[in-house]
Write a protein that binds this ligand. Sequence first.
Ligand SMILES: [Zn+2]
Length: 102
Amino acid sequence: MSEYIDKNKALEALNDKYYKISGYSAAYYAGYQHAFDDLRKIGCEDVTPVIHARWIFEMRTVQGDRFACSNCGRIIETGLYAKLEDFPYCHCGAKMDLEEDQ
Ligand SMILES: [Zn+2]
């Protein structure tokens, strides 16, 4: 599975480090410049940010419990054949991984 980083944040981090070094050889600075240039040339992927949410308990039902998505308000119901763990994502795209106090 690929991992993605924010290209601008990576450039900022590299830039911060570059300006904090002093007294190094010219080759050291040249190495940083090569890293800047190479990082700028890397193409960008179309990555969608992850929305983190959680199921909020609403009420007990005849067969289970009713929950609402903390992002969009969509209602789901658990029961004999549908457990809360069967809904790791909401239809709005939110990943249901937040804890109650987040
Ligand atoms: Zn939702």
